[in-house]
Design a protein around this ligand. Sequence first.
Ligand SMILES: NC(=O)C1=CN([C@@H]2O[C@H](COP(=O)(O)OP(=O)(O)OC[C@H]3O[C@@H](n4cnc5c(N)ncnc54)[C@H](OP(=O)(O)O)[C@@H]3O)[C@@H](O)[C@H]2O)C=CC1
Ligand SMILES: O=C(O)CCC(=O)C(=O)O
Ligand SMILES: [Mg+2]
Length: 745
Amino acid sequence: MTTQQPTIIYTLTDEAPRLATASFLPIIRAFAAPAGVNFAEADISVAARVLGEFPESLTESQKLPNTLAELGKRTLSADANIIKLPNISASVGQLQACIKELQSKGYAIPDYPEAPQTEEEKSIRARYARCIGSAVNPVLREGNSDRRAPKAVKEYARKNPHSMAEWSQASRSHVSHMHAGDFYHGEKSITLDRARDVKMELLTKSGKTIVLKPKVSLLDREVIDSMFMSKKALLEFYEKEIEDARKTGVMFSLHVKATMMKVSHPIVFGHCVKIFYKEAFEKHGALFKELGVNVNNGMADLYTKIATLPQSKQDEIKRDLHACHEHRPELAMVDSAKGITNFHSPNDIIVDASMPAMIRNGGKMWDANGRLKDVKAVMPESTFARIYQEIINFCKWHGAFDPKTMGTVPNVGLMAQQAEEYGSHDKTFEIAEDGVANITDLATGEVLLSQNVEQGDIWRMCQVKDAAIRDWVKLAVNRARNSGMPVVFWLDAYRPHEAQLITKVKMYLHEHDTTGLDIQIMSQVRAMRYTLERVIRGQDTISATGNILRDYLTDLFPIMELGTSAKMLSIVPLMAGGGMYETGAGGSAPKHVQQLVEENHLRWDSLGEFLALAVSLEDLGLKTGNAKAKVLSKTLDAATGKLLDNNKNPSPKTGQLDNRGSQFYLALYWAQELAAQTDDAALAKQFASLAKQLADNEQTIVAELAAVQGQPADIGGYYLPDVAKLDAIMRPSATLNKALASVKA
Ligand SMILES: NC(=O)C1=CN([C@@H]2O[C@H](COP(=O)(O)OP(=O)(O)OC[C@H]3O[C@@H](n4cnc5c(N)ncnc54)[C@H](OP(=O)(O)O)[C@@H]3O)[C@@H](O)[C@H]2O)C=CC1
Ligand SMILES: O=C(O)CCC(=O)C(=O)O
Ligand SMILES: [Mg+2]
């Protein structure tokens, strides 16, 4: 990552976005070279992160730097300009698959120790822990979040509305969350009066003091919370809801975010599985323990572990598990054809994407026979689950949203510096014994926050820094001013943490000229209702939210409005002055890789990358005085608009235009826009020739790209694809490659 030349860092990630990058990077390098803009790659894929953790296990030529850590440092410099594509937030199962693939490729990294005993195993496990879950985003997100649908994209969706299933007033789908004993109900929160170092400790009833976190350094005016989820209350809740679903005949589905909430949600998930299959777990509990079964990683873990048992024993266990289904409700399926249920793996159903998908489907999910049915969507934590019940109520009453007429809901999210729950993993603990959980000032011994907890409860501390809140308020005001839209801060005065935020928001709003702006503060449920009443009238409303609602709403509204969150512009103005441009707001689409490998068709839409690149170039142009970069940005935006107008997005169907074809059209339109512009004559001249070559050869290039489809594609690996094979698969048009190579820097 050298930076003599103005440089944009382009991340290499995983799955579909990694594939798309193999074809897109050569295109953007060709276009940016005449402007003297350099693209550096930063590999932050799961495989690269794993290899970066174990240098001592690798040969000299295999060694990789810790790119993620370097990139994290980079976000703190004023000239950072990073394009960040979505990456896998790995479950333990995915991590193990990645390790296996790397080992098979000759990387002598250690196995993942499932039950570490020795100090060495514990250390290996701790290093692998750094690679699982949402390990990338929190490191890079040194700024708040600005996600919105650009005007051209919103207009495209209005003209080409995606399908929306009907909602019936008789729908029995609903959300179930805890009404007591969850994180919301016992939360305590304070704003610090000065910088302090604190520790987190448990004083057990039996008289022990267990230091869980020896030191957390807190800044002046930082907000901290202490909250816990009662295991007892959680188990009772599950028992009641499972029974309710059975009695009332709706399917049961559990929605968590085990990737982001990588410590707490696997535990929350595991309890549900154990309650659902209670009798089987009671009967075989000792054996499961001996085998090291851990259903926090899903039923997939159980099936893998029992595979070593004699067939007769396996059959007995499976019979006992099936017997549980007799008196349990139907489970929503992830893949009916393959028999994969909602309990298979905690990260198969990721709440931010899964709830919008259900709402878009008229409140239904798939049953074991591939039929759509009403469902009880269980989200134990009540703090944010209520927004989904509110939107479900709204849809039951008003019917499905109409993408042709609905307003837009951009988001300004409090995300910087590991804000709130999404930064709490290293301060989240499963309580070993009943006692008192304290956050205590290290210097004075003063107990700042205290909770009575019981064995099995999940206790955590969350933080949000004052500077991050101040910056968030500024961003919200700027967005309101620039867009002319009203802003609603989704903050609940009854929640202690948010009550602290409300005080700060009110204070920091005074730092800005808000004349003529419509800025309100409402609890989540009221904010949802207010926003939806506007949405169906075609009116736009900015949601200014905390970190979790940022995540939830930036899938929810885009999926209703645009059919996907992939088409979002997602900017992270870094607090140190740089910019990070995320592509879309969605995931890394594992299903898309499968289609490529089986049929050589990549349905991934790179629109998010196109949008991110335009703002990244614009920012670089402004900050470095590079006028050519500004021209590139303006013409890229125009080309993206043309791409939408001409409907050159990838099709999901094999045999039709795919990601590579869509990228070709972007290149064609971009070259044409550059040739036609009059701001920079040299660029116009350079790109006139490319525009001509691409236009003259349009049919040939599209035919070359289409010819490869329909047969399997070998990319030489899943987590660590073979770069040469990947490039060959993703760049199959010799004519396009030759034209790009002809552009002179
Ligand atoms: N910023 C980040 O780094 C993020 C990473 N993730 C990670 O991604 C993985 C998968 O997450 P999951 O929630 O299942 O989401 P997916 O990646 O599976 O996305 C859900 C669906 O959205 C559609 N989609 C998303 N992006 C695009 C795109 N660019 N073009 C076309 N369609 C798109 C696809 O629909 P269809 O199949 O119908 O085409 C896809 O199946 C996980 O490891 C998760 O942690 C998730 C969110 C953000
Ligand atoms: O980092 C992750 O695991 C997911 C991030 C995400 O879903 C988002 O920011 O929208
Ligand atoms: Mg998300």
